[in-house]
Structure formats: C-alpha cells, structure tokens
Design a protein. Structure first.
Length: 139
C-alpha cells in the first residue's frame, strides 16, 4: 500500500476498498450475481436468476461475448386470482454480458437452472486448450 499524505478535506479511506460508495448509497444498490470460471475443458458461467422460469431465459454467444437476458412479469390471470391488500409491480428482468476468457465452441454449450442458479457450460475450443510440450534431453 502506498503512503498518502493525509488531507482533512479529502479523506482517502473511502477509496481503500471496493465498497467505497456504501456511505453515500447505504449499501450496494445492485449485485451482478455472475461468476465466470474455467476448468481444463470448459468455461463455466453461473448467474443468479431467482424466480425466473427457464423458458424466459435467453442465452447467446457472439464471438467471445456471452449474453444472458431474462424478463418475467406477473400475468393478469395471476393478479385476478388474488385479492390484493398491498401490491407492487411484479416484474423481474436482467441482462448480463461477459467476455469469455478463451475461444469457445458455442454449438456444444449446455445450460441448466437449479434452485435459481443458471449454470452455462461452454467447451473451450480445441485450438485454445492448453497443450503440453514434451522436453527432450539431447544426447
């Protein structure tokens, strides 16, 4: 950590961590809920999609950019079935876009939802996979 001259009119301690806006906003206003990691064979993307049916999730890969979009709203039939005492708009939507760390084979991608967690597995393209080079001894 660098030594910074103290200035009473501009406290730098706000900027020491990733949550420097918390004093102004009262907490993080939104969380991306997106994790990207890779195994030896695949790039895996996990996204939080609580309460959104799998048929309302749209996933696409263009180049190395993976996009996940979803939107759902309470239908008029669902509203008519209930006697509302208090009601807020029941609509959820999001759009995640992420650059994948390696070239992938999008045609063989698989996606599944389990308890509000969407897991997308995309195989790494053969030309992008790590190759082991054998070291030979000279005679």
């Amino acid at each position: 950590m660098a030594i910074v001259k103290w200035n009473p009119y501009f406290p730098t301690s706000f900027f020491d961590d990733d949550n420097w806006m918390e004093p102004f906003w009262g907490g993080s206003p939104a969380s991306s809920g997106l994790d990207v990691y890779e195994t030896d064979e695949n790039v895996v993307v996990e996204a939080q999609v609580p309460g959104i049916p799998e048929e309302d999730v749209d996933i696409s890969v263009e180049g190395n950019v993976l996009t996940i979009e979803a939107s759902t709203a309470e239908t008029q039939e669902e509203r008519d079935e209930k006697t509302a005492v208090y009601r807020e708009t029941r609509q959820r939507s999001f759009r995640y876009s992420v650059n994948l760390p390696r070239g992938v084979n999008a045609d063989k991608a698989e996606a599944e939802v389990n308890q509000g967690l969407l897991k997308i597995t995309v195989p790494i393209a053969e030309e992008e996979k790590r190759k082991k080079i054998e070291v030979k001894t000279s005679k």
